[in-house]
Design a protein around this ligand. Structure first.
Ligand SMILES: Cc1cc2nc3c(=O)[nH]c(=O)nc-3n(C[C@H](O)[C@H](O)[C@H](O)COP(=O)(O)O)c2cc1C
Length: 353
């Protein structure tokens, strides 16, 4: 009850005030300020209870609900204490690379406020595996699911990339619930070439070896700019190497807007098409999970994905533009819909759509 009151206050008063101030700043400065505030608030906030009807099992893990935070917001795992207080049932940190790296020159994060979209060309700026591992070890996850998103260093040539992913898997697997191979960011030169058959096979092979020693759910994150043939070849490799799932999608390139990758509402249609195609391809293998991300900005967008057969969803841009309110809206509407239909579990709800 008290948590609900605090949460309502954040939704109705604090976040709009904070956003007004933050949106006057340059986008990356605002992002850093937000993370610092989260870091400071982290230890002082209590868990937000989630409706027990939202629970679902996926990839051998028990999720408290279908909504999570996408990679890239908490790249260095400094805000887990705060983020797991919000009604995210899972939080993905990273992308982490073996060595720290500064990323691309600034400015590298841009807002399209009217279109609730962002464009970024960050380039995997992160504090590196050592520091991020320590941050994870020192955090309180509040029984939420923690994912770690893995990437290669810019200086690592593509034919050695498998090594970066294997090192990272070995380091982080004992300390998190699932891991993601990210080869779909448009901001590391040549990275997306690794989505092609041979590059990806080398990475899957190397990581599979490490996975024999410490088995964790493993996913690959794909790009919305891949054609159907490329997506099918990823699906085949996912099946061959027994990965646990696919995350669709990363940001999309829109050269008419400038360099980097676009996220938010401008990405929705493209990402939705990719998800629809993948869900069709994965129909016969329900154990392989498809986590949807890219352009979700309302409960109706989530319903659309659930109707298509998906379950877990990640948010990023909509969380930046709408704040925690979007989480509250989705939870409330989902709870109301379940009550109206007299349904007591998420899977039953999804099947009824
Ligand atoms: C500023 C920014 C940084 C991001 N960094 C990463 C990253 O490091 N790794 C990653 O896998 N995705 C990254 N993403 C992509 C998001 O995880 C997500 O796939 C994408 O933004 C689409 O979701 P959205 O439309 O809800 O924002 C980033 C996105 C943004 C906006």
């Amino acid at each position: 009850m008290i948590e609900e009151k605090i949460f309502n206050k954040i939704n109705s008063k604090l976040y709009p005030m904070f956003k007004n101030l933050a949106f006057k700043l340059n986008a990356e400065t605002a992002h850093e300020l937000t993370l610092k505030s989260m870091h400071l608030l982290g230890p002082w906030v209590n868990n937000t209870p989630t409706d027990p009807r939202f629970k679902l099992e996926a990839m051998g893990l028990s999720f408290k609900g279908p909504i999570g935070l996408a990679a890239g917001l908490d790249k260095n795992a400094t805000a887990i204490n705060f983020l797991t207080y919000l009604p995210f049932s899972f939080v993905e940190v990273g992308t982490v690379t073996p060595l720290p790296q500064g990323g691309n020159p600034k400015p590298r994060l841009f807002r399209y406020i009217d279109e609730e979209s962002l464009r970024n060309c960050m380039g995997f700026n992160n504090a590196g595996a050592e520091t991020i591992l320590k941050n994870i070890q020192n955090s309180d996850r509040r029984e939420k699911i923690l994912g770690v998103n893995l990437g290669k260093n810019k200086i690592t040539p593509n034919d050695q990339a498998f090594n970066d992913y294997a090192i990272l898997y070995e380091k982080f697997a004992p300390h998190c619930d699932y891991l993601v191979i990210n080869v779909s960011s448009p901001n590391t030169p040549g990275l997306r070439d690794l989505l092609q058959d041979e590059g990806l096979r080398d990475i899957f092979k190397a990581v599979t070896e490490k996975r024999k020693k410490c088995h964790r759910p493993l996913l690959v994150k794909v790009s919305p700019d891949m054609n159907q043939q490329e997506l099918s070849s990823v699906v085949n490799l996912v099946k061959e190497y027994e990965l646990s799932g696919i995350i669709a999608t990363n940001t999309t390139i829109m050269p008419e807007r400038g360099a980097g990758g676009v996220s938010g509402k401008l990405l929705f249609e493209k990402a939705r098409n990719t998800r629809m195609f993948l869900l069709e391809q994965l129909k016969e293998t329900p154990a392989i999970e498809l986590i949807g991300v890219g352009g979700f900005s309302s409960y109706e967008d989530c319903l659309d994905f659930w109707k298509m057969g998906g379950r877990l969803i990640q948010l990023y841009s909509a969380f930046v533009f709408q704040g925690p309110k979007i989480l509250h809206d989705i939870e409330k509407k989902l709870a109301d819909d379940m009550t109206k239909r007299n349904i007591s579990s998420f899977d039953e709800f999804r099947d009824s759509l």
